[in-house]
Design a protein around this ligand. Structure first.
Ligand code: BGC
Length: 382
């Protein structure tokens, strides 16, 4: 690993640190990136863990397997610093994972019906990996389980980790060689900014998203049912029994899907409702208000007990809110057995199955264009 701007030093085996005194004016006293060996794959390749830390001592730990956010340590209202994302302690567990804990998923985050879509009159068939019928989160090999090239650095926004991956033409059935760049930045405002960029050499589709399961209590034996959620969306995309959108945009008002005013996730989750029953809870895409490709607030989650508030900002048209309906029995960090609804995902994205719904915003990417997504997870206390 080379030095970055001359500001990162080796301190002990496999570890890089931003020194506390340096000539780079934007690096403050406690800002730091540390690199440590996280584990090895069966073929001997090494996977590293990058710890990004800011002045407030918020820490985000990311591994270059799956671009996975392994931990987010933030303060509560009593200044207690705790981890607020589910996951595992070892690389082996991440390799065997089926829940996409903390990962970047794609090429297409969410579902494509029957794995089929057409582009310029040609039909493409993607790998089927969901419910025996559909394509989910990129297939059997996706952004979530490949090795990303990692470059840590610090700029005026804070410590950053740049991750790059080139997906070959035809991977999992997708056309075009796709060059992806993900930049995670931790700012002094306790924002985790995720910038995505993608370029292709043939027309293709692209819809990556981030799959952290948040639990703001900091205690993963608890569920997220008391978290107060607000989503800036008047409509959602209803789904069939295999969670494929029917193509309609439905009014959320008057249904358990209405999160325009904040209320606990658990308030209506067990209501007799066709949409909730089919997905065993919330697992739907909301049509965010004011979509014009610019970044705006999409959602907020608040845990009254810890006082932790998470706000989500994005330039995407949709937000999948998934209430962790299939987590039961998974052995996670520190041996804790997760339950259904131990964590919730807020996945900024284009609508599921967009390639088969021409009236949904387009997910097509052509050579010469650059795909750009910016999503921010901002933490504070109130
Ligand atoms: C999907 C769920 C799926 C989960 C897998 C979510 O993004 O919406 O349907 O079960 O990912 O962990």
């Amino acid at each position: 690993m080379s030095e970055i701007n001359g500001n990162i030093q080796r301190r002990g085996p496999g570890s890089l640190l931003v020194p506390e005194t340096n000539s780079y004016p934007t690096i403050r006293k406690r800002q730091m990136i540390e690199q440590t060996l996280f584990g090895k794959l069966s073929d001997g390749r090494e996977i590293f863990l990058y710890s990004l830390r800011n002045e407030a001592e918020t820490e985000v730990h990311i591994i270059n397997y799956g671009a996975i956010v392994k931990n987010i340590f933030v303060r509560d209202k009593k200044d207690k610093i705790e981890d607020v994302v589910l996951g595992y302690d070892t690389l082996k567990d991440y390799i065997n994972d089926n829940s996409y804990f903390g990962a970047i998923v794609g090429r297409y985050g969410n579902r494509i019906a029957k794995g089929k879509f057409q582009l310029d009159g040609k039909e493409y068939n993607l790998v089927i990996n969901d419910g025996g019928e559909n394509h989910l989160h990129g297939g059997k090999t996706g952004f979530y389980n490949v090795i990303w090239r990692a470059e840590p650095y610090v700029d005026e926004s804070g410590p950053c980790l740049k991750l790059t991956y080139v997906s070959r033409d035809g991977e999992q059935g997708y056309p075009g060689t796709l060059s992806m760049v993900i930049i995670y930045t931790l700012t002094e405002e306790n924002e985790l900014i995720i910038n995505y960029e993608g370029k292709t050499d043939k027309p293709t589709i692209l819809n990556p998203t981030h799959h952290s399961y948040f639990n703001l209590t900091g205690d993963f034996t608890k569920t997220i049912l008391n978290h107060e959620l607000q989503i800036d969306a008047d409509k959602f995309t209803p789904v069939d029994e295999l969670r494929i959108p029917t193509g309609e945009l439905c009014d959320a008002k008057g249904t358990p899907m209405d999160f325009t005013t904040p209320h606990p996730v658990g308030l209506y989750i067990d209501k007799e409702d066709e949409q909730l029953k089919g997905a065993k809870g919330y697992d739907h895409n909301w049509v965010l208000n004011n979509y014009n490709s610019r970044i705006r607030k999409a959602a907020s989650v608040y845990d009254l007990v810890s006082g932790r508030l998470l706000e989500v900002f994005t330039n995407q048209p949709g937000l999948q809110f998934y209430s962790g309906n299939f987590l039961d029995g998974i052995k996670g960090k520190k041996g804790i057995i997760y339950k259904n609804r131990s964590g919730l995902c807020l996945e900024a994205q284009h609508f599921p199955d967009s390639p088969n719904n021409p009236e949904f915003p387009s997910v097509m990417l052509k050579p010469g264009e650059t795909y750009r997504q910016k999503t921010i997870y901002k933490f504070s206390v109130k």
